[in-house]
Write a protein that binds this ligand. Structure first.
Ligand SMILES: [Zn+2]
Length: 243
């Protein structure tokens, strides 16, 4: 059930028998000169809406602006502070819990949110016995599949992420800019000091805003990654339902 498309009597009836909600969380931030700023939101939202047991899961509206200040030097990137994000998320979770959705999956598309999602989840999971908040970042969940297909882990706006964007909406990818994004992009996510990655603005290690090898992106690869992520998410829902 897509929450925002229903009227309250339908939601009331739905929550009488069901207690799992999905909150898609993305970002509005640069994804290289080739990818749209909604990449993370689109992927999280599409995964949330694609689950096979969609008739027994409540999909909340997507949270589209989050912890992205390090992309702020690239035009259009929007952000809120981690503390604002956490407090907004907590209020949002409280309102879902109030209505009876007490198993909540945070389907996340943005790496910069992970610390905050863990922190907030812990806070809720410690408080209430019947409450379970599960932070779930799609590219972490399919790390092995990403490695099998691309031979490496996922980086920002690189081959894997661009592939999924291409698969979901090819019009949002400027394919003619992939080579340029790669040539003037960062080889790695973040500069390192003797192996230790240093938190910095993205422009310090990537002129294009991209990292890795965006030119390896393809629609077919995106389809494979998306299906793998969807299957993983299905498993999480199945597990939650049995609890
Ligand atoms: Zn992204």
């Amino acid at each position: 059930m897509i929450l925002e498309l229903e009227s309250w009597p339908e939601v009331e009836e739905f929550l009488r028998d069901n207690s799992i909600a999905i909150l898609p969380i993305g970002s509005t931030e640069q994804h290289g000169p080739h990818g749209s700023l909604n990449t993370d939101s689109l992927i999280a939202e599409s995964l949330a809406k694609s689950v096979s047991n969609s008739e027994s899961v409540l999909v909340a509206p997507t949270l589209r602006i989050s912890v992205s200040s390090y992309h702020g030097d690239f035009p259009g990137s929007l952000w809120i502070s981690p503390s604002t994000f956490r407090s907004y998320l907590k209020d949002l979770l409280d309102s879902l819990l109030y209505h009876g959705a007490n198993k909540i999956i945070l389907v996340n598309g943005h790496g910069g949110n992970r610390c905050s999602l863990d922190e907030v989840s812990l806070e809720f999971n410690r408080k209430e016995e019947e409450t379970l908040v599960v932070p779930w970042t799609w590219f972490d969940a399919i790390e092995e599949t990403v490695r099998n297909i691309f031979g490496d882990k996922m980086r920002h706006a690189d081959g894997p992420e661009t592939s999924v964007l291409m698969y979901l909406n090819s019009q949002l990818v400027h394919e003619d800019r992939l080579e340029m994004a790669e040539d003037s992009g960062g080889k790695e996510w973040r500069n390192r000091i003797s192996g230790t990655p240093i938190p910095q603005s993205t422009e310090k290690f990537s002129q294009s805003g991209a990292t890795g090898e965006p030119s390896t992106a393809s629609t077919e690869r995106g389809r494979e990654l998306f299906q793998a992520a969807r299957e993983e998410l299905d498993r999480v829902i199945k597990d939650l339902s049995s609890r």
